[in-house]
Design a protein around this ligand. Structure first.
Ligand code: GRF
Length: 195
């Protein structure tokens, strides 16, 4: 299986995914694409010999369809079987998502269905949650929704800030996402719950 990873930032999840696809793993990284030319993840991908693409959303203004046409063309040039969203910060419309239904997954830094959207760690702290975590799910047109493929839980510790909690959740993401991708690439969609 050929995997395209879409990111907007540093790409620590991309690194975890890319470095996991070795040996008898059924998938290999075929592309790392970003909507930002300055995304740190692009350098990390290039250092690993992975093809990279940039599709800047800004020239398209509010025309999401035009951006997504450019996005689709750049992706299809690398013929992926699976798309992994990994810190990709653009909302995708039904038009794009429907073409990848069942073949596109995302990691979200909360225990869905709690805390869809942004600022998940601060919201969990404000709510006095005893635990937090991350979720890998199939991407559907509804934001941070779709069938859950895996979750990992972390404790919220006394004195946690959004930053310290985010760092702890990010470590869990780097364990969960590669484990889920390996199963998903082998055709196993049963949910995985890590301790
Ligand atoms: C992180 O906040 C992570 O929780 C979310 O995307 C952001 C960027 O992560 N999934 P990365 O280091 O670019 O993978």
């Amino acid at each position: 299986k050929r995997v395209a990873i879409l990111l907007s930032g540093g790409g620590s999840n991309m690194v975890a995914l890319a470095d996991s696809m070795t040996g008898d793993h059924p998938a290999r990284p075929a592309l790392v694409l970003s909507n930002r030319a300055d995304a740190g993840g692009l350098q990390k991908a290039a250092a690993r010999g992975i093809a990279t693409e940039v599709v800047d959303h800004r020239p398209h203004g509010e025309d999401r369809a035009a951006f997504e046409e450019a996005l689709h063309a750049a992706i299809m040039a690398h013929e992926p079987d699976i798309i992994c969203l990994a810190g990709f910060m653009r909302v995708l419309t039904e038009g794009f998502v429907s073409r990848w239904q069942g073949r596109m997954i995302n990691i979200h830094p909360s225990l869905l269905p709690k805390y869809r959207g942004l600022h998940t760690h601060q919201r969990a702290l404000d709510a006095g949650e005893a635990e937090a975590g991350c979720t890998v799910h199939e991407v559907t047109a509804a934001l941070d929704d779709g069938p859950i493929l895996g979750q990992a839980r972390v404790a919220v510790l006394p004195g946690d800030s959004a930053e310290t909690l985010a760092a702890r959740v990010l470590e869990a993401e780097h364990r969960l996402y590669p484990a889920v991708l390996r199963r998903f690439a082998a055709g196993d969609r049963s949910p995985l719950y890590l301790p």
